[in-house]
Structure formats: C-alpha cells, structure tokens
Write a protein that binds this ligand. Structure first.
Ligand SMILES: [Zn+2]
Length: 227
C-alpha cells in the first residue's frame, strides 16, 4: 500500500521524510528534538485523531484470508497494527509510539501530543524519545526489508494500491516479483510511467479502479476463506 492510502497521504505529506530531522542532529541537539516535537504536535492539531478508514477496515478483513501472505504498508499512521493486523509489515515504521534509543522504553504518542512533559524517557530521565519512523540518515528497518523480500519471493500475485504514485521501494518490489514471472496488479487512478521501470512486461497490469472498488472485489473473491 503506497503512502497515499490513508486520507490521501495527508499524514505522510506532513511528516514526509524530507521534513524530518537528521538523526545525528536529533540525537545530539536538544533544540532539534524540541522543534521536532513542536512540529509533530502541530501535525496532530491539523489532522485530528487518526481513525480507521473504511478501506483500512476492508484491508483488515482481507488480511485474514489464508490466501493472503501479508500486507506491506508504507503508511505511517499505525492504524492497521493498532487494530490487530497479524501479517503486516510497516516498512516506514509508525508514529503511534515513541521509543528511547538508549533503554528501549516506549510510550504512546498521544500521551506526548497531549502533554509535552511526557517527551522524556521515564527510566533515563532524558528527552531522547523518537517515533519509530526513519529520520534522515536512517534506513528502513533491515528486518522489515528482509521480511518483505521473503514475502515477495514466495507470492503468486503482488497487488499494489498506488493511486497516482509509486515509491522507489515499491518499484524495487515490482522488480522482484516481475523477475519471478508472477503477476503484478497496480491499482491506480492514472497511468504511471516511470523511466526507472519498463512497465511493458506481460506480468504487469494497470487497473484503473478506486482502492475501495478493488478491495470490495477482493472481499468477494476471498470472502469464503476469511477465518
Ligand atoms: Zn531510556
């Protein structure tokens, strides 16, 4: 699922990778941390509470089908995980909790958004908490990347909810599945032509449908096997 799956990617835009602090500066400079926290709180003031969308509810339903190997989500809202997704990889992490890189303590983001004084590790007594999304200078989690590759190397179909955008990492996933001669369906609202990838392959189909419509058809297909 591309970054724009939830609320047209509003959260991903407001917290886009380019706007995040550099990890080295974040760790070494208290001002950088405080200014990040200010921006982070502002984002929530702008978008309000995150709520499970009807499309996410559909994803949660389909995820239960035994035919579904798993879901790779590039959205950082954390809603699927909070609502019990079992076969989910959140490749970009999620913002629903902060953690301490020194002792590993974690804390609900909402606590911090509601009260700035919570922006501190309860054990280390330092304000070094960070949400579990990569900052500039940080890569995707290598574990999650490996799990994603494993999924892509054993699936028969890759379905991408792209809308109007494909991230470089999504394109790399298409490569993996395409090399194995398996099927790739790209659900999108407009044609996506990228120099970096030749979409003329027989295995890549563009499906011009809304996410909602395609999810409904998946529910129809896998409805019987939902446990
Ligand atoms: Zn700590």
């Amino acid at each position: 699922m591309e970054k724009n799956f939830y609320k047209d990617g509003q959260l991903e835009t407001l917290l886009s990778y380019e706007l995040r602090p550099e990890i080295k500066k974040f760790r070494s400079d208290e001002n950088v941390r405080n200014s990040f926290l200010k921006d982070f709180i502002k984002v929530f003031e702008q978008i309000g509470l995150l709520e499970l969308s009807s499309n996410y509810k559909k994803v949660l339903q389909i995820e239960k089908a035994k035919e579904i190997l798993g879901v790779i989500n590039l959205n950082i809202d954390g809603l699927l995980k909070l609502n019990g997704a079992q076969k989910l990889i959140e490749l970009e992490g999620n913002i629903s909790w902060f953690y301490c890189s020194q002792c590993g303590m974690d804390k609900d983001s909402q606590l911090i958004v509601q009260n700035k004084d919570e922006f501190v590790c309860n054990s280390c007594r330092k304000n070094i908490l960070k949400p579990s999304i990569p900052f500039i200078g940080q890569e995707f989690s290598q574990w999650d990347m490996k799990d994603s590759w494993m999924m892509l190397n054993s699936c028969d179909n890759l379905i991408i909810f792209a809308d109007n955008f494909l991230s470089p990492v999504t394109i790399s996933f298409i490569h993996i599945v395409e090399k194995r001669m398996k099927n790739i369906k790209i659900i999108c609202s407009e044609s996506l032509n990228y120099d970096t990838f030749d979409f003329s392959s027989n295995n890549v189909d563009f499906i011009y449908e809304s996410n909602e419509f395609f999810l409904d058809s998946l529910i129809e297909t896998y409805g019987d096997s939902i446990i």
